[in-house]
Design a protein around this ligand. Structure first.
Ligand SMILES: Nc1ncnc2c1ncn2[C@@H]1O[C@H](COP(=O)(O)OP(=O)(O)OP(=O)(O)O)[C@@H](O)[C@H]1O
Ligand SMILES: [Mg+2]
Length: 479
């Protein structure tokens, strides 16, 4: 249940409870005062709770032998006959009273209910500190005078009962009211305080930098949602801190790799330059050889720096892409035809299977050429066969075109298949190949920037297959 609803209900309960208690008290007062018999201000004329027999006798006498009612002795005998000795009978003829006992001699006619109030009044009248319930029967004397018979009784007075009963009733209702309030307040505050405490404890942990925990909401109310959002925030924060750490480590690793990869050629360049300066290269041929090596190392460094610059621009997404709608089959064929002669000269054979796809692809020509170039020149560089054969094929995969470049070289072991796309990663730790380990990392960045994926497949000694996908140009469907 939402907090808003719970607050509303508990406030309503706090208002309704006293109202309910007051209604119960009023109802009980009504019962005590009127015996619950007062209906619309008229006395109830039904059977009365006590002395019905006595009243019946008196009523009968009133209609058959009226003169007996004026006989005190007769009335006294009736009282004695009844089981209740505290009973008093009063007969009123006009304004005159005929009492049964001396105790009620003080009663004046006015204290008794008027003619026409036939019935039972449990609160009745008060005489000498005692309460009497009053039962009344009205009739007419034969001479036309109004007559009333009153039976007064103090033994079962409701007022006596009420005196003992009311304080207990009042106190217990008051206690009930307090208890309800205390319980409601307790449960309300608990349901609010619990998640607040949970949040405070979590915030404290986060403050100290500890994020390896989770908090679960116990309820589905507003605070529950807050707890959930807080936990989502914590896991987001944790993720971004982890990412930051990863980036930080990557950066450190990158700097270490760059300095290592630049240091090696620069050291040998320095060595050869000093060799020339010191006259170690004392012949022209030797000097030429030294200069060739220096040129080679400088070229390697230049390429490394160029690759590094390209990679880091791709990494921070700073390299602009110029996408064109390109027929992929024609594009691949054109590029491969261009390099085929050069490859053939090196003893490398190209097997091209572009299928029958006519799909168009949105791509940056130069960058996709760079991808293919990096993959093909890897096959050339790492081949261990006399004749290196490179298969290039295009496969239509619905929304994608998949390009597969397979060679017949040594391949890559299972555990290295995904790491070859990591920058600076080379399966040969001695780096004999002279590469920088950036070629496939650059290819992966470019493919991903085209919305595609790149992966490698290889079986031992069966060569390496590099697969990458390119999204088809969707506009074709609407043309
Ligand atoms: N065709 C292949 N056959 C066998 N191993 C390969 C092949 N292509 C890549 N590799 C392995 O994957 C590693 C990563 O290749 P990548 O092209 O990223 O770097 P590189 O060739 O070493 O350097 P660069 O391409 O920057 O000159 C290589 O060092 C090599 O070990
Ligand atoms: Mg390479």
């Amino acid at each position: 249940m939402s907090i808003r609803k719970r607050l509303f209900l508990s406030n309503a309960a706090m208002i309704l409870m006293p109202i309910g208690v007051i209604i119960i008290i009023l109802f009980l007062i009504n019962v005590v005062i009127n015996g619950g018999h007062e209906v619309n201000g008229n006395r109830w004329h039904g059977p009365e709770p006590q002395n019905t027999e006595l009243m019946n006798d008196l009523t009968k006498t009133a209609s058959l032998e009226q003169e007996k009612l004026l006989d005190t002795q007769y009335l006294k005998s009736l009282v004695e006959k009844s089981s209740d000795g505290n009973l008093k009978i009063v007969i009123r003829k006009g304004n005159e009273l005929i009492q049964t006992t001396e105790h009620v001699q003080d009663i004046s006619s006015k204290e008794l209910p008027n003619f026409g109030n036939e019935g039972y009044d449990p609160a009745g009248i008060r005489l000498r500190e005692e309460h009497y319930s009053v039962r009344q029967h009205d009739f007419y004397f034969n001479d036309g005078t109004k007559g009333s018979i009153f039976v007064l009784n103090n033994s079962a007075s409701f007022v006596t009962f009420a005196r003992t009963f009311f304080p207990i009733l009042f106190i217990s209702l008051l206690l009930l009211l307090i208890l309800t309030n205390v319980l409601l307040s307790y449960f309300m505050s608990r349901s609010i305080l619990r998640p607040v405490n949970q949040l405070a404890a979590a915030a404290q942990k986060i403050k100290t930098g500890y994020l390896d925990f989770s908090i679960k909401p116990k309820r589905k109310d507003e605070l529950g949602k807050l707890v959930q959002s807080f936990d989502d925030m914590r896991s987001q924060l944790k993720e971004s801190l982890e990412l930051r750490d990863r980036y930080e480590n990557n950066r450190k690793e990158l700097i270490a790799n760059i300095s290592h990869d630049l240091k090696t050629p620069i050291t040998s360049i320095l060595g050869y330059v000093e060799g020339i300066q010191d006259g170690v290269a004392n012949t022209l041929t030797k000097q030429e050889r030294y200069l060739d090596t220096i040129h080679g190392k400088a070229t390697y460094m230049n390429r490394l720096i160029e690759e590094l610059a390209l990679y880091s621009k791709l990494d921070v997404k700073k390299l602009p892409f110029h996408f064109d709608k390109v027929n992929i089959k024609a594009f691949v064929r054109d590029y491969l035809e261009e390099i085929e002669d050069e490859l053939n000269e090196k003893g490398i054979q190209l097997a091209i299977d572009t299928g029958d796809t006519q799909a168009n692809v949105l791509l940056d020509r130069d960058k996709i050429i760079r991808v293919m170039e990096n993959i093909i020149y890897n096959s050339v560089k790492y081949t261990d066969k006399d004749t290196c054969i490179i298969n290039v094929s295009l496969v239509d995969k619905g929304n994608f075109i998949e390009m597969v470049l397979t060679d017949n070289g040594p391949g890559v072991s299972e555990e290295n298949l995904s790491t070859i796309f990591t920058r600076f990663y080379q399966t040969d730790p001695s780096r004999k190949s002279g590469g920088s380990g950036l070629g496939l990392a650059i290819a992966a960045q470019i493919v991903e920037a085209h919305g595609g994926t790149i992966w490698a497949e290889s079986k031992p000694n069966k060569g390496l297959s590099i697969h990458f996908t390119l999204k088809k140009y969707e506009g074709d469907n609407h043309e």
